[in-house]
Ligand binder design. Structure first.
Ligand SMILES: Cc1cc2nc3c(=O)[nH]c(=O)nc-3n(C[C@H](O)[C@H](O)[C@H](O)COP(=O)(O)OP(=O)(O)OC[C@H]3O[C@@H](n4cnc5c(N)ncnc54)[C@H](O)[C@@H]3O)c2cc1C
Length: 428
């Protein structure tokens, strides 16, 4: 809980009956023990925690026994394609192609589920996220789009437990790993969860990303926020903040990415799952110039389990989703930087951590044997993350208008990507 291995999934908070709470959601967002916990509960929390260990091969064998395809980068899969929801409202409101929301709405409308666990923005504190159970199309759409600040979906496990009816669950890889652990334990809190979906996951940011962003616009109090969007408008969208005064602040998503190195949750650096490998179906942004130029929103879709694949096929037949199949190799090339960051960089960073004598997560497998140049590159990246996470660096960047720093960041990233192209693609 007090190392960088905690991904803030929220399971310990949800299952501790109030003994563990997140005290400081706009700060470090750490679970804090407030009361004594009995031994049995403590054992459950320990078992359900995905931060210290999650055995990928063993969970894959248990939950995807019949899945014909497996790729180390992608995980188990049946179909991969590029697509979007044909309902233009869903597509427009979704983060990319609106696929995840479309699937949830489709399941609700066919009464295959009674509710969907999703992540919206808090009504009371609109600068924070809040997980809830959506039971209508409107509620699913209210929660659409990616939230890039730390969020703990599993702190609503008691609500999930109390819910009468079948549920779909949407979460990030760490949150889903905990759900899978609870399913393995046959824990009652997850007995209603019939389907698991989730977005790809590069990284999450501390809430300081929001306060720092506001400071650059000379707004000193985040409580002025009435609405916060991370992907507003046409894909890939804008970060957008609406304030009590009526003022509106907007910055292109690609420019807002400048916040990443300054505010990244360190656990993101030790997560080795980009594509949300333990879902029934997962989706990411179809990052390729051919789609990006067209705007509108395109997702990469991966169906994994029988039930995920069945939903996808039925939705394709009915025309609620459109999809062009692509090969695993094309999918890997589309997200090669992401795979490199997670599957190579992640394991190298874990290796560095082990060398420093710190605890490391046990994923039941390890990728290694990368060339010296890749280790060197990771050393530079990791040093930059440490340097840019300091108070001085954050303070300095707040003095530069975001559209300038965002523009510089986007250009530097393109040059960096080009110059490291061959190191990164080697043997992908
Ligand atoms: C933190 C984060 C990092 C990401 N990094 C990448 C990346 O590196 N590369 C890439 O290709 N794609 C990434 N994505 C995925 C991408 O942004 C889209 O979410 C994905 O393409 C699905 O789009 P959609 O239109 O189908 O989803 P939508 O229809 O918009 O549905 C999204 C669903 O995800 C849920 N959700 C949103 N944010 C969170 C969250 N923080 N925690 C739990 N549930 C959440 C919502 O409740 C909603 O149900 C990331 C998403 C998130 C949240």
């Amino acid at each position: 809980m007090h190392s960088h291995l905690c991904n803030r999934c929220g399971s310990c908070v949800g299952l501790s009956d109030g003994a563990i709470v997140f005290e400081d959601k706009t700060g470090d967002y750490r679970p804090v023990i407030k009361a004594e916990i009995d031994e049995k509960t403590a054992e459950t929390l320990w078992e359900a925690c995905p931060g210290k260990s999650f055995n990928f091969p063993s969970f894959r064998e248990e939950f995807y026994p019949e899945v014909p395809n497996f790729n180390t980068f992608i995980g188990p899969y049946r179909q991969i394609g590029i697509g979007f929801a044909t309902d233009s409202q869903i597509r427009q409101q979704g983060a990319s192609g609106g696929i995840i929301s479309a699937v949830l709405i489709w399941l609700l409308e066919r009464k295959m589920i009674d509710g969907a666990v999703v992540l919206g923005m808090s009504k009371k504190e609109p600068w924070l996220t809040q997980a809830f159970i959506a039971t209508t199309k409107e509620e699913v759409l209210e929660a659409a789009q990616s939230k890039y600040i730390i969020s703990s979906v599993n702190d609503i496990l008691p609500e999930i437990n109390r819910f009468e009816g079948k549920l779909a669950y949407v979460g990030l890889p760490g949150q889903i790993q905990s759900i899978r652990k609870l399913q393995r334990m046959k824990h009652p809190s997850v007995r209603n969860i019939a389907y698991i979906f989730g977005p790809f996951y590069g990284n999450t940011l501390h809430f300081s990303s929001i306060t720092s962003f506001l400071k650059t616009y000379k707004v000193s109090d985040y409580r002025e926020i009435t609405k916060l969007y991370f992907r507003h408008g046409e894909w890939p969208g804008n970060m957008r903040v609406e304030l009590k005064s009526g003022r509106l602040i907007e910055l292109k998503k690609f420019h807002a990415n400048y916040l990443i190195p300054f505010h990244i949750l360190r656990n993101s650096l030790y997560c080795t799952d980009l594509t949300n490998e333990f879902t029934d179906l997962s989706g990411g942004d179809a990052w390729a110039p051919v789609y990006e130029e067209r705007g509108k929103g395109f997702s990469i879709i991966i169906s994994r389990s029988d039930k995920g694949d069945d939903i996808l096929n039925r939705m394709l037949n009915e025309g609620t989703i459109k999809m062009e199949p692509i090969s695993a190799q094309t999918a890997i090339e589309m997200h090669s930087h992401g795979y490199d960051f997670k599957k190579r960089g992640g394991f190298i960073r874990i290796h560095f951590r082990r060398m420093l004598g710190k605890e490391v997560p046990d994923f039941g497998y390890e990728l290694k044997g990368f060339g010296f140049s890749r280790y060197l590159m990771e050393f530079v990246i990791s040093s930059l993350f440490i340097l840019m996470g300091t108070k001085v660096a954050r303070w300095t960047v707040e003095k530069i208008p975001p559209y300038i720093i965002g523009g510089i960041f986007e250009r530097t990233r393109k040059i960096w990507k080009k110059s490291t192209y061959s190191i990164k693609r080697k043997e992908l």
